[in-house]
Design a protein around this ligand. Structure first.
Ligand code: UDP
Length: 263
């Protein structure tokens, strides 16, 4: 049983990277099905105005915190999460687990040349990896059922989708019943990072909670407004939650129910 905490109206499972990998292994071995969500500050704020995204994440079998500020907040309010679990790292972990379990892997997302490079890099890392299919992440709503069918026909057990939030979640939500995979995860822009097309923030920036700043400095026009809004909202809500905790209120005016994990 995994311990979970409700933080700013989202369930977070108190697992570290190894715990997430173990959870995935268990799913693949048991024949059950489940999704993993990696939630960062921007996604957590997006969930407040996107009911569909919130439903998808609440229904995930495993929800991990992908950001140092979430770990700090969890500790300050007495609901400690062990460590940040990032999407990029999880891709490598899940590919290792699936390779050990001899489960087919499907990669979908980013541009065609990028997903091809990702498949090569992952195979170099895990020579036993059975990558049974790849597709880019650019298609219309009309083409989406055919994309899902290709995944089903590949026989893949692990599906990694990297199309950005909430596109990847919508695809998984729309087609979960048709895909026939056991385990799925959305990993945002991770394929661009694995293929070496975008740089990751230096470790010190990740440690001090400034990864968002690094990303923003790479694409300021597109991301400055987004991060300004989500960071301000996060700081405000965290302040209230912390105050509620210090006053021993336990609940904040912003909490709501979360559901139990499906898997
Ligand atoms: N992407 C995709 N299909 C799309 C749009 C984006 O596969 O229709 C990919 C894109 O190539 C990138 C990743 O999704 O690898 C994340 O994209 P972006 O940075 O735009 O996502 P966001 O920051 O908005 O979550």
């Amino acid at each position: 049983m995994t311990t979970s905490h409700n933080i700013l109206s989202c369930r977070f499972d108190a697992v570290d990277e190894a715990g997430a990998a173990n959870w995935a292994r268990e799913i693949l071995r048991s024949g059950r099905r489940g999704t993993i969500s990696t939630v960062n500050v921007a996604i957590l704020m997006m969930m407040r105005s996107d009911a569909r995204l919130k439903r998808y994440i609440d229904d995930s079998g495993l929800i991990v915190a992908d950001g140092q500020p979430l770990i700090w907040l969890s500790k300050l309010i007495g609901k400690p999460l062990p460590e940040r679990v990032a999407g990029v790292e999880l891709v490598h972990e899940l590919v290792s687990v699936a390779s050990e379990e001899k489960s087919g892997i499907y990669l979908m997302g980013a541009k065609q040349d990028i997903v091809e490079d990702v498949a090569k890099k992952l195979t170099e890392q895990s020579p036993d990896a059975q990558i049974v299919g790849i597709q880019d992440g650019y298609f219309t709503q009309d083409e989406s059922a055919a994309r899902a069918q290709a995944i089903r026909e590949s026989g893949a057990k692990l599906l990694i989708v990297a199309m950005g939030v909430p596109r990847q979640e919508q695809f998984l939500q729309d087609h979960w019943e048709d895909l026939n995979v056991q385990l799925a995860i959305g990993v945002g822009g991770s394929f661009d990072v694995i293929a070496g097309r975008t740089k990751r923030a230096p470790q010190w920036m990740q440690t001090v909670g400034l990864e968002w700043f690094f990303r923003m400095s790479q694409e300021p026009k597109r991301l400055a407004k987004r991060y300004f809004i989500t960071n301000t909202q996060f700081i405000w809500l965290s302040g209230w939650t912390l105050l509620g905790h210090l006053l021993g209120l336990g609940r904040t005016p912003v909490q709501s129910d979360t559901r139990q994990p499906l898997a």
